[in-house]
Ligand binder design. Structure first.
Ligand SMILES: Cc1cc2nc3c(=O)[nH]c(=O)nc-3n(C[C@H](O)[C@H](O)[C@H](O)COP(=O)(O)OP(=O)(O)OC[C@H]3O[C@@H](n4cnc5c(N)ncnc54)[C@H](O)[C@@H]3O)c2cc1C
Length: 382
């Protein structure tokens, strides 16, 4: 297995042009990292998963993960743009030739952004097959009505990958049937049936509520076959979980790097605080947690890129990495004492950013439920 050291080195160099102060200022102004994304796109990193024939780099999830990991490790916040990577699989695997030819070269060139992924709804929550947003076929178009919540980056994206019901749940044999995926052009939709309302959150995440009120979208916005969308979305969700795990590994490394450096240089009672094992051991423990999560994450990516089943590994990677990054962040704050709370150290910002990943894109309980039921074959709970 390659470690993509050349990619890592290039991303590290790129990130040096965007020091932590850049991300801190963005957050203070709730601004979007347009400049960072432009450079990331120009250097080909954001199109890493797009095949070469459409203008991308044509590598796999492992390479994409390494890019996100290094951005996180540098102190950056990939949550602002990572969706373009994990939504890509659904379009590549299930999109029509026309959709790929129409969108992918423009996405690779940075002329279009595919940064919004619309699944979650206020009533359904984690129970995705209960979503109510409905797309009704009417001749050459679908009419969409419903509501989504926590749809991140919708204000900064040109395209939205939308999951909607196309057959009511009580008319399908299995609740996973009758759901469809659409590529919605947000630029045309806003003001014509789509309203976007921002939600303020504890980190700079640009998340929103979406309201669909008789939004008409062309029939050729449908991705793949009508009614099979749940399966398409699940494919993408494994990629999403693996990529988020890489980000959390990057967060772990940021916290461990910072804690190690501070523990070695900060002197209290005439000795570096890291000489005290009460300070040293939690950092060493975080390193052990990180390495274990990193192994699982790399294994999940390897399986994904080989086209093998990886649902269990993708889930475990996300669970282990998100918990490891949270603990590493807590340890980093503790190591820094009062300075762990100072905004200019970026630790509290990174801790807030990494906290999300125990809830989204799937919460820890739901992963444990998957392992209990599908891996360990214990009784189904819901
Ligand atoms: C900042 C942010 C950005 C997001 N971005 C996106 C996005 O871009 N696109 C998108 O589609 N979604 C997005 N999400 C939504 C995210 O995926 C959901 O918040 C997450 O899946 C949990 O759903 P919920 O919030 O409805 O929680 P609920 O489903 O209401 O669950 C609440 C809590 O109860 C627990 N729970 C629920 N049922 C069970 C059970 N049976 N057993 C045990 N525990 C249970 C859950 O684990 C959770 O901790 C985002 C969320 C946030 C906060």
């Amino acid at each position: 297995m390659t470690d993509y050291q050349d990619i890592r080195d290039s991303v590290v160099r790129l990130c040096q042009r965007f020091p932590n102060e850049y991300w801190r200022k963005l957050e203070a102004n709730t601004a979007y990292p347009d400049e960072f994304i432009r450079v990331l796109t120009d250097e080909g990193f954001l199109s890493v998963l797009i095949p070469e024939e459409y203008g991308g780099v044509g590598l796999g999830v492992e390479a994409a993960g390494v890019i996100l990991e290094e951005i996180s490790r540098s102190g950056g916040h990939p949550g602002a743009f990572h969706a373009q990577m994990y939504t890509m699989g659904t379009v590549l695997r299930h999109g029509s030739q026309a959709q790929k030819q129409n969108y992918l070269p423009k996405i690779a060139a940075g002329e279009l952004r595919l940064q919004a992924f619309g699944v979650t709804e206020p009533v359904a929550g984690t129970d995705t097959t209960s979503i109510r947003t409905f797309a009704e076929r009417r001749g050459d178009h679908y009419r969409v009505n419903g509501q989504k919540v926590w749809i991140s980056r919708a204000q900064y994206s040109d395209l939205l990958l939308l999951l909607a019901r196309t057959t009511p749940r009580d008319q399908v044999a299995r609740k996973t049937e009758g759901l469809s995926v659409f590529l919605v052009d947000i630029r045309e939709a806003v003001g014509n049936g789509l309203t976007i309302r921002p939600i303020e959150t504890m980190m700079n995440h640009h998340t929103t509520e979406l309201f669909f009120d008789d939004l008409d979208i062309p029939a050729d916005a449908l991705v793949g076959e009508e009614g099979r969308g749940f399966r398409y979305i699940l494919d993408g969700m494994n990629a999403e979980r693996i990529l988020i795990a890489y980000e959390c590994i990057g967060d772990c490394k940021f916290f461990i790097d910072r804690a190690t450096a501070y523990a070695s240089e900060r002197t209290v009672f005439g000795r570096p605080i890291g000489q005290n094992q009460g300070v040293q051991f939690p950092i060493a423990r975080s390193y052990a947690d990180m390495r274990a999560a990193e192994l699982m994450t790399r294994e999940a990516a390897r399986l994904f890129d080989a086209g093998e089943a990886c649902g269990t590994e993708a889930n475990l990677a996300k669970l282990l990495a998100s918990e490891a990054s949270w603990r590493a962040g807590d340890t980093c704050v503790q190591t820094h004492g009062g300075y762990g709370f100072a905004k200019e150290y970026d630790i509290e910002r990174k801790l807030r950013e990494t906290r999300l990943y125990q809830v989204a894109p799937i919460s820890t309980n739901l992963i444990l439920s998957y392992v209990g039921e599908h891996v360990l074959k214990m009784p189904r709970s819901f």
